[in-house]
Design a protein around this ligand. Structure first.
Ligand code: SF4
Ligand code: SF4
Length: 259
C-alpha cells in the first residue's frame, strides 16, 4: 500500500481536481462541519511535521500531506466551576461535558472524512481522545500541532492549543488527507510573560518553556506527572483530570459570545 504522497503526486491531484473545485470542496466541508456543531475549522500543511508524524503514528500517518482540524467549544459555565476542582458536582459535570464534546467531535470528524472520501481523496480519522498504548501518553498524531499549523491557535505553555477566540476551552479532532485543500498559516505565540497555567498546576507538570516544533513535548510538559496526579484523583473523586490549566488561561475566560 502506498504510504507517502510526493510533491509531484500532490500536484497531479491538484491538476486533476482543479483549484476551483478544491475551493468549493473546502467551502462545502467548512459549512458542513459548522452544521454539525463544529466551532473551529482549518486545514494544515503537514510538510514541516513529518518527523513528528513518523515518531507518533509511523509511516502510514506520516504519508498524509494535509490535516483538517476541527474544534468544538466547551461550555464556559462548566469550565468556570473548575476553580472548585475537588467538588464532586464540578467533577461530574466536567466529565460529562468532556465525553459529550468528544462524542460530537468524533461524529463530525467521521462525517467530514466521509465527505472527503466521497470527493475522491484519502481520509484518515484521528479521534478526539485517542491515546496510543506506547507509554508516551500520545495520540496517533497531535491534534494541537495540526490545529496550530492550520492557523487556529498557538500551543501555550500549558501545552494546550490556545485559540484567540476561545483560549484552551475547545476540544479537537483531526482528519488526515491527501486532498490538496488551501491551508492556513500558524499563529504566533501570544502567551507573553503569562505563567498562570504553570503556577496553578498541582502536579507541577509544566516547565514554563514556550512551545517549539523542534523540541520534544517533554521539554515543556511532563505528561507522566499530570497522569500520576490524575490517577490519584481518580481514586478519590472518580474519572477526569483537574482541568485547572484549561480554567485559568486568560485567553479562554473572556466570556466571548460566538458570532
Ligand atoms: S490537568 Fe491539572 S494536573 Fe494536569 S496539567 Fe492541567 S493543571 Fe496540571
Ligand atoms: S495560562 Fe498564560 S502561559 Fe498558560 S497557555 Fe494561557 S496565556 Fe499561555
Amino acid at each position: 500500500m502506498r504510504n507517502t504522497l510526493s510533491v509531484s503526486a500532490a500536484n497531479k491531484l491538484l491538476n486533476r481536481f482543479g483549484a476551483q473545485r478544491l475551493d468549493d470542496l473546502k467551502e462545502e466541508l467548512t459549512a458542513y462541519a459548522k452544521s454539525l456543531g463544529v466551532d473551529l475549522f482549518g486545514v494544515a500543511d503537514l510538510s514541516t511535521a513529518k518527523d513528528l508524524m513518523l515518531s507518533q503514528g509511523g509511516r502510514h500517518v506520516a504519508g498524509y500531506p494535509r490535516a483538517v482540524s476541527l474544534g468544538i467549544r466547551l461550555l464556559d459555565d462548566v469550565v468556570d466551576q473548575l476553580r472548585n476542582h475537588e467538588d464532586p458536582i464540578t467533577i461530574s459535570s466536567y466529565r460529562s461535558l468532556y465525553t459529550a464534546v468528544n462524542t460530537a467531535l468524533d461524529r463530525a470528524a467521521l462525517l467530514v472524512a466521509k465527505k472527503i472520501q466521497d470527493a475522491g481523496f484519502r481520509a484518515y480519522l484521528v479521534p478526539a481522545s485517542s491515546m496510543l498504548n506506547n507509554g508516551k501518553l500520545e495520540a496517533t498524531f497531535s491534534h494541537k500541532v495540526a490545529a496550530n499549523l492550520a492557523g487556529l491557535g498557538w500551543v501555550g505553555k500549558s501545552c494546550l492549543l490556545i485559540t484567540p477566540e476561545l483560549g484552551p476551552r475547545v476540544r479537537l479532532a483531526t482528519v488526515l488527507t491527501d486532498a490538496p485543500l488551501e491551508v492556513g498559516s500558524p499563529l504566533p505565540n501570544r502567551c507573553g510573560r503569562c505563567t498562570k497555567c504553570v503556577d496553578i498546576c498541582p502536579a507541577k507538570a509544566f516547565t514554563g518553556r514556550p512551545f517549539s516544533h523542534s523540541e520534544p513535548r517533554d521539554a515543556r510538559f511532563k505528561a507522566a506527572l499530570c497522569d500520576e496526579y490524575t490517577e490519584k484523583r481518580i481514586k478519590v473523586y472518580g474519572d477526569v483530570n483537574c482541568g485547572l490549566c484549561v480554567y485559568v488561561c486568560p485567553h479562554g475566560n473572556k466570556r466571548k459570545k460566538k458570532k
